[in-house]
Design a protein around this ligand. Structure first.
Ligand code: HPA
Length: 236
């Protein structure tokens, strides 16, 4: 296959080496408008807005993934394999399983457990552990320290169900998994297969162990610290 791809109409070279990837297309626009200079829209297929601009002189892109592993599976695959993108940093939201992680705190997802079967396609004779790129994990943790943010590095659970009939997410909490979202495992699989780099940084938007929530508007607008971490560690 070549570019344009079925889901991205950008031209060759339109994307920077690093793409920040929020789930929400409106958040992609928010990042471009508030953090990037000279941002230009490079993709808008299905309203999945992608922009390329500059952060402190560094060329960076941002494009939404949509929700769930099949969606991020498509966009990250096409960016890694057809657009020459080297690193994708997911900037998402997650539910917390950890009583010490409150809303607006940060999880750096070193590993991603899942109840999905995205990795089945590789026909491996065992279980694959989707993990982040270590240099990105280390730099993200250093940046969180520098900014004085409350964060933890560890496992996240990429669930295929938001509304889970068995409420089984909390079983993962017993294994020390820090929180739940819906995308990282597929992103890490694609990065591994393409020999590229990926990281997921999530801001806690709700807690499954203590009753705290944020509104959709807050989720869209208030994750400035996480975006700064991602932009600072992005490689041009
Ligand atoms: N479940 C799954 N994904 C999420 C959640 C959640 O509770 N919060 C933010 N993303």
């Amino acid at each position: 296959m070549s570019i344009p791809t079925p889901h991205i109409t950008a031209k060759e070279g339109d994307f920077a080496k690093t793409v920040l990837m929020p789930g929400d297309p409106l958040r992609s626009k928010f990042i471009a408008e508030n953090f990037l200079e000279n941002a230009t829209l490079v993709n808008n297929v299905r309203g999945v807005q992608g922009y390329t601009g500059y952060y402190k002189g560094k060329r960076v892109s941002v494009m939404a993934s949509g929700m769930g592993q099949p969606a991020i599976g498509i966009y990250s695959y096409e960016l890694f394999n057809f657009y020459g993108v080297e690193s994708i940093i997911r900037v998402g939201s997650c539910g917390s399983f950890d009583p010490d992680l409150h809303i607006r705190d940060i999880i750096i997802a070193m590993g991603a457990c899942t109840n999905g079967n995205y990795a089945m396609q590789y026909r491996l004779p065992g279980t694959f552990c989707p993990i982040a790129d270590f240099s990105l994990v280390r730099r993200a943790a250093d940046e969180c320290e520098k900014l004085g943010l409350n964060y933890k590095v560890g496992n996240i659970f990429s669930s295929d169900t938001f509304y889970d009939d068995a409420n089984s997410g909390l079983e993962w909490a017993k294994m020390g998994v820090l929180g739940v979202e819906m995308e990282s495992a597929a992103l890490y699989c694609n990065a591994a297969r393409a020999k590229k780099k990926a990281l997921c940084i999530c801001t806690v938007s709700d807690s499954l162990v203590a009753p705290e929530i944020t509104t959709a508007e807050e989720r869209q607008n208030s994750f400035t610290s996480m975006m700064k971490v991602a932009l600072e560690i992005a490689e041009a």
